[in-house]
Design a protein around this ligand. Structure first.
Ligand SMILES: *[C@@H]1O[C@H](CO)[C@@H](O)[C@H](O)[C@H]1NC(C)=O
Ligand SMILES: *[C@@H]1O[C@H](CO)[C@@H](O)[C@H](O)[C@H]1NC(C)=O
Ligand SMILES: *[C@@H]1O[C@H](CO)[C@@H](O)[C@H](O)[C@H]1NC(C)=O
Ligand SMILES: *[C@@H]1O[C@H](CO)[C@@H](O)[C@H](O)[C@H]1NC(C)=O
Length: 228
């Protein structure tokens, strides 16, 4: 009796993951690729600090010494990410007018291995390797900085910071510039207590439908006994 119930619950998991990741993507009108922005890359300096202490890690392994200690939501750890424009003016794809700046946290390459739900994609909207928006703000030149408490849903991994710029393109915004100085902006996280949202949903749904299965099996049991 437990086996069919568990199987039914498990068969729902992929669906829930799809639903959860669809809800997590944000809308962008023009599909832009990183490749299209390659020519205007490299105009920012990115730096990270952990609990106020500068990190300068160029290693993408979770356990790399420069990534220690790993940051943790339960410990109340805080990351500071700064993107400073190197030149005076930002060059953008199509010479469009920069409007918004986004700071993102992206999975380091080894942390995406064998995990399709973290898969990088050249099409920016389909890129699953940068799931956290640390800050989104109006572009005003100069530098953007964010103090960011490590969120509870940040899984154990190594990460790097990425800055993205959106420009006015007609009546819409398009991605028009990005940068990720991966060699110096790694940090790692460890998670003790957190449960990813899809798991919470899956668990809730499974617990909600379990009584129905119980009732159905109970009814069948009673009915079967009556037939004897
Ligand atoms: C993490 O949790 C926050 C707050 O609940 C939510 O807004 C965000 O979308 C989640 N991010 C990911 C990548 O799960
Ligand atoms: C950001 O820019 C938009 C559009 O230009 C404007 O309406 C909004 O007030 C600005 N927000 C801030 C916080 O400056
Ligand atoms: C701006 O929008 C047009 C179509 O509306 C699109 O072809 C073009 O690629 C966009 N520019 C950028 C830099 O994304
Ligand atoms: C990091 O990369 C940038 C540009 O890609 C380069 O200028 C810089 O020297 C590199 N720093 C280190 C420490 O490798």
């Amino acid at each position: 009796m437990a086996a069919p119930r568990a199987t039914a619950c498990l068969s729902l998991l992929p669906l829930l993951f799809v639903a959860a990741s669809a809800a997590g993507t944000f809308e962008e009108i023009q599909p832009t690729t990183y490749k299209q922005l390659e020519a205007v890359k490299g105009q920012w300096s990115l730096s990270v600090a952990a609990n106020g202490v500068a990190r300068n890690c160029s290693k993408e392994a979770v356990a790399a010494p420069c990534n220690q200690p790993p940051l943790n939501a339960d410990a109340g750890d805080k990351l500071t990410v700064t993107a400073a424009l190197k030149g005076d003016a930002l060059r953008t794809a199509g010479d469009l007018d920069p409007k918004r700046v986004l700071l993102k946290a992206c999975y380091a390459k080894p942390s995406t291995a064998d995990r399709p739900w973290r898969k990088p994609n050249d099409v920016i909207d389909k890129d699953r390797s940068c799931p956290f928006i640390i800050k989104a703000t109006n572009f005003s030149g100069g530098s953007v900085t964010a103090d960011w408490p490590i969120p509870k849903n940040m899984t154990k991994a190594a990460w790097y910071a990425q800055v993205m710029v959106q420009c006015q393109n007609g009546t819409q915004l398009s991605f028009c510039q990005y940068d990720n100085t991966k060699n110096a902006s790694y940090w790692s996280t460890s998670i003790i207590n957190s449960t990813p949202t899809p798991m919470i949903i899956a668990t809730a749904v499974c617990s909600a439908i379990a009584p129905i299965f119980l009732a159905v099996f109970f009814a069948r049991d009673v009915w079967a006994r009556k037939q004897q």
